[in-house]
Design a protein around this ligand. Sequence first.
Ligand code: MC0
Length: 142
Amino acid sequence: MLSRIDHIGIACFDLDKTVEFYRSTYGFEVFHTEVNEEQGVREAMLKINETSDGGASYLQLLEPTREDSTVAKWLAKNGEGVHHIAFGTEDVDADSSAIRDKGVRVLYDEPRVGSMGSRITFLHPKDCGGVLTELVTSAEKH
Ligand code: MC0
């Protein structure tokens, strides 16, 4: 069951500058940073709030690490802005399978590694009203 907004992914050209904008404008601090080579991103997670299911909601700031990454491609076309939304679930396998059965394209056969050891998959934006949608099971839930 999808039980929370896990994060909103925001694409940017300069991660350090964007982190500073969110710190100085809103007071949000970096909770975690990492590089995900498979996805071609350097990212910063800013924790916004805890949630009723024991998880949390984040802003995820994403800077591409290579020109052929999906985020670099998206930035070249659209400029900086909201790139995707991610819903949290205790069981990404069951939920992605149920959503696939409804005719929505799930981009990965098996969930891959996401932020902070989570398991993630994506739904095609063309099947989701133009919104790239991610499903996430956080590390402590799998
Ligand atoms: C592409 N499209 C989008 C979009 N990206 N629409 C809304 N939001 C986005 N973010 C649209 C394009 O405008 C285009 O529409 C159509 O989808 C095909 O896009 P494309 O640019 O030709 O590129 P493709 O087909 O090669 O790839 C699109 C696809 C890809 C969604 C399959 O971006 C993908 O696999 N994304 C999932 C992985 C990802 O984004 N990783 C980065 C975050 P038109 O109308 O022009 O044809 S990694 C992450 O977030 C991890 C670390 C985590 O959360 O833990």
